[in-house]
Design a protein around this ligand. Sequence first.
Ligand SMILES: [Fe+2]
Length: 362
Amino acid sequence: MRKVPVSYLMPGMRLARPVLGDKGEVYLNTGVTLTQRYIEKLSAIGFCAVYVEDKLLNGVEIRDVVTEKTRRDAIVEVRKVLVQAASPKARVLNAGPELTKVAESIVTELLDNPLSVVNLMDIRAAGAYLFHHSVNVCILAVLTGINFGLPRGQLLDLALGALLHDVGKLRVDPAILNKPGKLTEEEFSQVQKHCAYGQEMLREHRVASMIAYAHHERYNGEGYPLGLRGRDIGLLPQIVGLADVYDALTSDRCYRAAVAPHEVLEMIAASGNWWFDVKLVENFLCCVAAYPTGAMVEVSSGEIGIVTDTPRAYPFFPNVRVLFNAKREKVFPYQMSTVEHNRWISRVLGEEEAQAVRELLH
Ligand SMILES: [Fe+2]
């Protein structure tokens, strides 16, 4: 399967993953054949891309790092807590047993599957951004924490804090949060207040409260609200801050298109001891794939192929199913490990070029 922007979907393509709505409900299920009406609906609701089946990837299984049920339950529970938080009466939030249970399931599943590499981008409608984002940040943060060797108790605190890190945003004017383009100084200071709001709302949960307060602090002191530096920030808020930056940039938003994972990872890799502790960056990089499965790429030796998977700890060196040789001649598909062959990815083909390459194969 591969991710296709909604504007490039064609009737007859089959969904390879369910499309979830903002309440965690299934809009369209795996296996559904897309019609023009479905495509128009997906676009009207605000979905930017979906996963469709891809014959070129036959035999390749892509699994999410957590089960579909856990991801869905997490979205449902986060939504409940955040909706409750939006009420002006909710001064103090109580993350109930359901949310704690969801955090536990995420930690348990990720601990049971230590070789996980995040390969799938979550698919979300424009209006459901915060719920899906919170769950994604939680998964990325826990994976990084596991890599760091944090004990289970701390991972649970990290998971809960990550699920609720942006709860304070519910107190910020949505018109400012969703404003396309640059914010005025006054608007930016309103946005910055979400950290203090979150800290106050979560005061019954010590670690989550600290994470909500400090997840925008940066290693070099350029963050907010206090401009703390280095170790003063604390490890858990820094992990959540890093996961937050990655997920925010790789998502389509109403005001800008998603940045490709490899570009965000290159930026993060270059940011060691600048925005984030370099050790933390190294641990984070083991957990995510720079080139998602299904991406059409050109290898440094000139071959064109499709990414099938990425070995852990080598985020920039995927395994590629080669379809064309360096002379652009069609070949019988074969697997190439870019790590073992000392190659790298020289570029990712854009959606139009990738479609043109696919047509040559028919
Ligand atoms: Fe935030």
